[in-house]
Each structure stands twice: as C-alpha cells, then as structure tokens.
Design a protein. Structure first.
Length: 322
C-alpha cells in the first residue's frame, strides 16, 4: 500500500471525509481536518461561484492557525471535489480558484480529464478519482490520477454495485498506488477492515451527515441516526445516475420507494436551484442520500466526537480468536 507524502504525520485515522453535496461546508471541513481526517467539499456547494474564493481562504487560514497553535498535532490536509461532467459549467472557474489557493488535493468525479490532472500537478497537488468499476479505474490512472476512490456497493450518493472485497482485490492486482474505499463504512472496525482488504483510506460520508457542523436540516440528521441498511433505496430516478437514498425521505415526498421509475442518464443535473415546475422531488434537498452503514450511527455529535469514536473503535479492532 502507498501513503502519499501529503498525509504523513498529519492523520489521526486513515480516513477521507467524502464531499457531500450541499452538506459539506467550511465548518465541517475545518472540523474534520482539525480532528485529523481529510475534510472535503464539492465546489458546487459554494453558491454563488464567487463564494468559493472566500471558502478556500477561510479553510486555509483557520487550519494554518490551528497548526501554529498545535505543532505536535497538525491538521489533516483538505480536499476539493470537482465534478468533471458536461453539466458542470463552473469547472474552469473553480479549477482556477483551486490553483490560486494551491489546494493540496482534488477529488474528481463523473469523468476523468488529463488536463485537470496536469493542472493540479503543476501547482503541486494530487488527484484522487472516484470510480465504480475497473473500466473507469483504468481510465483514471491512464489519464494521470494519483489515486483511486473505489465507490463500492452500499456507499451513499452515486454508488456502484461491486462488493468492496472484490473491488479492492481486483484493483490491487494492477495498481499499487493509493486507494480509498467507499461503501457502508461508519465504524472504526469498518475502517480497519478497509485497511486489511488493501485500501489505504476509508472514505466516509453518511456518518458525517449526523454531525453538528454538517449543513443538513435537523430531520435529515435524525433520519440518518434512526435508519438501517434496509432503509436504503438504490435508484437513478433523481439525478439520472444510480445512487443510494433514504427510504423515509422518498416516502415523505409522496412516492413509493418499492415502485420507482427509471430516469434518463443524459438528463443528469446537479442544479438544485433550478426554477420551474418539476416532475419529481429534487435530490439532495428533498430526497436524501445515504449509504448502508447508517446502522452504526446512533446520534448527532460534533465531528471531532465522531472521529474520536472511530479512533477508539479502530484501535480496539483486532481479529477475534478462532
């Protein structure tokens, strides 16, 4: 396994906080990084686009102040998620601001672009690309990504369907670079399991929704803590790409989660502010994403408390006797 120099001596846990649409904001990112895990956010969360400059400046300033005050416990690096899909007309603008602020890590999604990877490398950053199968994994590395995020079955949001056991094993047959594993990871034991499988990092999203710093409404956070794996529905109706969503939020929107129609992938959109009449509820404002690991999330807590709990569980996780 390979740990990039960027992370050495700066992590309390081998964890990357997944960039959560709408939910990941500077408060959460800063709290994650101060607690010793990589915090991240999608650039599309900064609206209007000009707000991204302020967000990046604030994150850098507060983490630098933390590091100065805590030289023996430096913050983890932060990451910014770029949606590399044709529907994202902000990409050039957002990449330029990331270059201005020398963002240390970019997480690219929904498309691998060689020119993006080269731009990030030029300013000294690294790129992890999220993938749902081997075809996309090979393409990402061929186009210059430094690491892979394997989005396996059970992950929240736009998830794949491959078992994490198979996904990591097959990827390690040809790739010895850094790997983050996503898929129902919400406990320290699950983080340890990801490492045993051969991943360098656990990629955790849903558990961080139920934190005080997350930009999610109270009902969403409470639904995370009250749900279990059987409450997760896999559908492409809401964005055009298959993802995992909380069944109670679908019911609350007046829909039958057992009989959802399919959607046209060519109409995928991340614009939650679009006006006009809509034929279906909007992800992620009304239909709430979540992974199958929510059964391990029992209450809403500060992000630092969640990381501390994961750390205790991770340190205590050992093989049981045969």
């Amino acid at each position: 396994m390979s740990m990039p120099a960027l992370f050495k001596g700066r992590l309390s846990l081998p964890v990357i906080g997944a960039p959560l649409f709408i939910i990941s904001v500077p408060d959460l990112v800063i709290a994650q990084c101060k607690a010793g895990v990589v915090g991240s956010f999608p650039t599309l969360n900064a609206r209007p686009p000009e707000l991204l400059d302020e967000w990046l400046a604030r994150i850098k300033e507060e983490l630098a102040a933390h590091d100065k005050a805590n030289p023996d416990r430096p913050s983890a690096p932060f990451a910014v998620n770029q949606i590399v899909h044709k529907s994202n007309n902000r990409l050039d603008h957002d990449v330029a601001l990331c270059e201005k602020h020398k963002v240390p890590m970019i997480i690219s999604s929904l498309g691998a672009r060689e020119e993006l990877n080269q731009a990030v490398h030029n300013w000294g950053g690294i790129v992890f690309h999220d993938v749902i199968n081997q075809k996309f994994a090979h393409k990402a590395i061929e186009k210059g990504a430094d690491g892979l995020i394997l989005v396996a079955a059970g992950a929240g949001g736009h998830a794949g369907v491959i078992s994490p056991l198979a996904f990591v094993a097959e990827t390690r047959q040809w790739f010895d670079g850094p790997i983050a594993l996503s898929g129902a990871i919400a406990s320290g034991k699950a983080i340890r399991a990801a490492r045993i499988l051969g991943a360098d990092f656990a990629y955790i999203g849903s558990a961080f929704i139920a934190t005080q710093e997350a930009n999610a409404v109270k009902r969403y956070k409470e639904m995370i803590t009250a749900s279990a794996a059987e409450d997760i529905v896999y559908s492409n109706l809401f964005t055009g790409v298959h993802g995992n969503y909380l069944k109670p939020s679908i019911v609350a929107a007046g829909m039958d989660p057992e009989n959802l129609p399919t959607s046209d992938a060519s109409k995928m959109s991340f614009d939650t502010d679009a006006s006009g009449e809509r034929a279906k509820p909007k992800a992620w404002k009304e239909i709430w994403g979540s992974g199958q690991g929510v059964g391990s999330v029992g209450k809403v807590v500060p992000a630092a408390e969640l990381v501390a709990r994961l750390k205790r569980e991770y340190d205590a996780a050992i093989d049981p006797p045969l």
